[in-house]
Design a protein around this ligand. Structure first.
Ligand code: FE
Length: 167
């Protein structure tokens, strides 16, 4: 008699959380391009990807709130430069236009983000990191599970990251 096979349901690994840090500000404007001061220092950077559930299904209308330092390691703590929230489209896709942050204090370069699949889902707070940064090896907050894929493009860099969140 053949052994009865149990169906193994494969699920994706949830995107790991990383600490919020001291610079989150509530009430960021809704926008995909978050450079609001034209003289903001830093290499042009686009970050894009999808928000998925554990079964790999894209989540439409998921909320993402980004904030990060500029190309000199400074946060705008008075206003909302390099801060903004957006919602995924019907295919679960997001697209952020910004500048590449650099290291500050002991920190490796990173982009802070909060992601929530829907109003009743838990909020994931995490930080996205850049491959090949020296500080990735010494920053105790660094998380390899949130490393983006980054490539050079004509006018800057293009990074991709797929979030997997609880619904
Ligand atoms: Fe930070």
């Amino acid at each position: 008699m053949p052994t009865k096979k149990t169906a193994v349901k494969e699920t994706l690994k949830l995107t790991p959380a990383v600490e919020e840090g001291p610079y989150y500000k509530d009430g960021s404007p809704e926008r995909k391009a978050i450079i609001t001061k034209p003289d903001t220092p830093g290499t042009k950077l686009i970050i894009e990807g999808c928000v998925l559930d554990e079964n790999g299904k894209p989540i439409a209308k998921a909320w993402l709130d980004f904030w990060h330092a500029d190309g000199t390691g400074q946060y705008d703590n008075k206003g909302y430069n390099l801060r903004g929230h957006q919602y995924t489209d019907k295919d679960g896709h997001y697209h952020l236009e910004t500048v590449r942050p650099v290291q500050y204090l002991f920190r490796a370069p990173h982009v802070h983000v909060k992601v929530q699949a829907n109003d009743s889902a838990p909020v994931l707070t995490t930080q996205l990191f850049f491959p090949g940064e020296k500080r990735n090896t010494t920053d105790p907050i660094f998380e390899k599970g949130t490393l983006m894929e980054v490539k050079d493009v004509a006018d800057g860099q293009l990074a991709t990251f797929y979030f997997v969140v609880e619904t």
